[in-house]
Design a protein around this ligand. Structure first.
Ligand code: NAD
Length: 290
């Protein structure tokens, strides 16, 4: 069996390496030749278009930035759809709009190609150690065929529902992470401005109801003024925009996502889009003059 892997960035590269380490044969593609060369020296084969990758693969994994990239690679000219054999399974692990996942799946089904949307949470460290949280949408029979492959990359692999459910789940994750970071920033800047040591506030509350994985991961970095990514503000803007588009399409209110995206866009326009999303605290610090 051959796995095609398209998109060898911060996340895709270690995920592909873990599959090779687990004994799978990989054929890879990326616009970045350095990343391709690195994977080839690690044991992968490479082909120059998604169409060619699809033609030799039984399962194709994509790990690309956003909806337009996945559309181009899968259903664009020279894309996966032009090369894929019937009964191939496409597993898109990018975080994209669930509306676009459904559009792409509908196109692929005309060629008897099944699709799963399987975005991840956990960032580069969990991509490296193969312990990502993977949230999957799509048909059960396709999921059963790729579950063992997903287990190589994930610490938890959950089939949530039909196609698009994986990305709806990822949006839920991103809304909650953004609101946690914004609430933490608001609270720590309040403490600082009121002359209370924010380090001590963090230590005092982390074992109580306000304690969270986000607080434990982000507060120590934020308090040290360390905004090295991690997960870039610009990527979180992309996810919140997808959340807002989806909430508009189903008719739900989203004031928290709207507030968080405005703060993040303001930071991005000041050249801070590549800071870690914990850098959101800088929006509060600027307005509070701290
Ligand atoms: P990245 O920008 O590092 O990598 C994307 C890769 O896709 C690049 O190597 C790029 O060259 C390649 N690419 C883009 N267009 C292409 C095309 N047309 N053909 C072939 N290759 C193409 O991004 P990343 O950080 O690896 O993130 C990938 C996805 O995972 C995103 O949707 C992101 O939101 C999500 N994600 C990222 C993190 C994180 O911490 N970085 C965590 C969870 C989820």
């Amino acid at each position: 069996m051959i796995i095609g892997f398209i998109g060898l960035g911060i996340m895709g590269k270690p995920m592909a390496k873990n599959l090779i380490n687990a004994g799978y044969s990989l054929t890879v593609n990326d616009l970045n030749q350095n990343s391709v060369d690195e994977l080839v020296s690690f044991g992968a084969n490479a082909l120059s278009t998604p169409k060619e990758v699809a033609a030799v693969s039984d399962i194709i994994i994509t790990m690309l930035p956003n909806s337009p990239h996945v559309k181009e690679v899968v259903i664009g000219k020279g894309g996966v759809v032009e090369g894929a054999k019937p009964n191939t399974i496409l597993v898109d692990m990018s975080s994209i709009s669930p509306i676009v996942s459904r559009e792409i799946s509908a196109e692929l089904s005309k060629k008897q190609v099944s699709m799963l949307d399987a975005p991840v949470s956990g960032g580069e460290p969990k991509a490296i150690d193969g312990s990502l949280a993977i949230m999957v949408g799509g048909p059960e029979d396709a999921f059963a065929k790729v579950e063992a492959i997903l287990q190589v990359m994930g610490g938890s692999v959950t089939l949530v529902g039909d196609i698009g459910s994986g990305n709806i789940t990822k949006l839920a994750n991103q809304i909650m992470v953004a609101s946690n970071i914004a609430g933490m920033s608001e609270a720590l800047v309040l403490a600082t401005k009121a002359n209370v040591d924010p380090e001590k506030v963090f230590k005092a509350i982390r074992g109580g109801l306000a304690g969270s994985t986000v607080l434990d991961a982000k507060a120590p970095l934020v308090l040290a003024g360390n905004f090295k990514p991690g997960f870039r503000i610009d990527l979180h803007i992309k996810d919140l925009q997808n959340a807002l588009d989806t909430s508009n399409s189903v008719g739900t209110p989203s004031p928290i996502s709207e507030a968080a995206i405005e703060m993040m866009k303001s930071l991005s326009s000041e050249g801070k889009g590549s800071d870690d999303h914990g850098g959101l605290i800088q929006w509060y610090e600027k307005l509070a003059n701290v």
